[in-house]
Design a protein around this ligand. Structure first.
Ligand code: IMP
Length: 212
């Protein structure tokens, strides 16, 4: 069996996004891991120059681990649409622009899909990916990826969640992520289904690097 480095004590969460900080803190609390955020520590945000989700998660986690000389945790995620050659992909946040205009980004997706004649669920296949990285100041990293498959619906459905949630219908469900409760979408077993890409990646990380 491959041995994974265990995370104990505390970790720096390499994000300036309060939503992500809250979600990660909640996920790590049952394992007795305390968290501090990159913004609390006034760390500079590194440029996400990677060409994959995993590379960008590693850039963020390594930058925080190096700056603080402590273990750090980062994630990178996005929506991959097959007919759009994988876009918005690693550019998912950027498509919404500085004002986080996800209505605009969702309209852009629908316009591009229609331009390409993509009207059936099969032509509108998509998946969310989440890459998680734990990094230590000595350069050691532990990396995990989660994926959830589905397709893009139109019009957007549901007010829950964030980002592209109202567009995404996961396979085998009849409600979009925007129509699901947080527990249904992100909840971890035994209470939740471990459905979302982030939940799936986190379950892998917990199995490898965390002890209850
Ligand atoms: P990141 O902060 O670079 O990881 O950006 C991820 C972006 O992907 C977010 O701003 C959202 O646009 C999108 N995204 C990632 N995960 C989800 C999700 O669970 N639901 C909806 N949108 C998501």
């Amino acid at each position: 069996m491959l041995s994974h480095r265990q995370l104990t004590g505390a970790v720096v969460i390499a994000t300036h996004n309060p939503g992500k900080l809250a979600e990660m803190t909640e996920l790590l609390a049952p394992y007795g891991i305390a968290t501090q955020s990159a913004s609390e520590l006034r760390l500079a945000e590194p440029e996400e120059t990677g060409t994959t989700f995993a590379a960008n998660a590693r850039i963020k986690a390594m930058a925080a681990a190096t700056a603080t000389e402590r273990a750090a945790f980062a994630d990178d995620s996005g929506l991959v649409i097959e007919t759009l050659d994988g876009e918005p992909g690693i550019h998912s946040a950027r498509w919404a622009g500085p004002n986080k205009d996800f209505r605009g980004a969702m309209n852009r997706i629908q316009t591009l899909l229609i331009e390409r004649g993509a009207t059936t669920p099969e032509q509108r296949r998509a998946h969310f990916i989440a890459a998680l990285c734990l990094a230590w100041p000595d350069g050691h990293v532990e990396e995990f990826e989660g994926r959830v498959d589905g397709h893009i619906v139109w019009p957007p459905r549901g007010e829950a969640g964030f980002g592209y949630d109202p567009l995404f219908l996961p396979d085998d469900y009849d409600r979009t992520f925007g129509e699901m409760t947080a527990l249904e979408k992100h909840g971890l077993p035994p209470l939740g289904l471990g459905l979302s890409h982030r939940a799936r990646a986190f379950v892998k990380l917990a199995q490898a690097c965390l002890r209850p």
